[in-house]
Every structure is written in C-alpha cells, then in structure tokens.
Design a protein. Structure first.
Length: 131
C-alpha cells in the first residue's frame, strides 16, 4: 500500500472544523479537498505543491525552496508578459499590480498570494487555521 503525507479530506476527520463549514462540505459531494500544512516561509506555496506535485515531498529542502522561488519569479514575469494581471481582473478586486509583485517578491503569504495561486492554478484554496 502506498502511504502519503497528504490526507484526502473527509469532513468528519478534520480537527475542530466549525459546524457550518462541515455541513457545507458534507452537502457538496463533488467537493474534493486535501488537508495539508507546513510551517515555514512560503508555507502556502509549499502546501499547494505538496498536494499538486507527487514528487515534491521527495525533493530536498533547498530544491523545494528553489521550486517555490522559481514559480514566484515566473508569476511576476507572466503578470506583465502574458497580461495575467488584466486577465485575472485584479483591478476589479482592487488589488494593485505593485502589491501583487511586492508580495510575490517577498516571503509573505497573504490574501494576494492566495488569489494569485487560485487564479493561476484554476483551483479553489480554502485555508483553515487550526493553530
């Protein structure tokens, strides 16, 4: 049997999930999610990559950090060269181009990082802090 570090989500197995959120997740049978978390710089990127890339967890810490930094650099380039800022309609969300670039160039993972990753990967990201 192949064991994984990522837990495929079942609502009744999540720690201290608020009742209204658990009910919402249980009602939508098509909703597929993973529970994963890490505590370090760029934890959002690391968590997402652990879920999406089956080989990510086998990389060294340096390789993982390099992968995250490469993705962030590519996102900055694509924001302008491929006009992702306009395509993702960040101005309608009242997110300034400079703020997106600033956050991508830092180790900060705020709402802008979440929105950028959701739109770029075309995936919904739900963050639930159990700490």
């Amino acid at each position: 049997e192949n064991s994984k570090l990522i837990l495929k989500g079942k609502v009744n197995e999540l720690d201290n999930l608020p009742t209204n959120l658990a009910n919402l997740l249980n009602e939508n049978e098509l909703f597929d999610f993973n529970k994963y978390g890490v505590q370090n710089e760029n934890s959002l990127y690391h968590s997402v990559l652990h879920i999406l890339d089956e080989n990510y967890c086998f990389k060294t810490i340096d390789e993982q950090n390099n992968t995250v930094n490469e993705i962030k650099r590519n996102l900055v380039v694509e924001l302008s060269e491929n006009n992702l800022y306009k395509l993702f309609k960040f101005s309608k969300l009242k997110i300034k181009y400079e703020d997106v670039v600033k956050e991508l160039n830092s180790n900060i993972n705020n709402i802008i990082s979440i929105i950028v990753l959701e739109k770029y990967l075309n995936k919904n990201i739900l963050i639930y802090d159990i700490i």
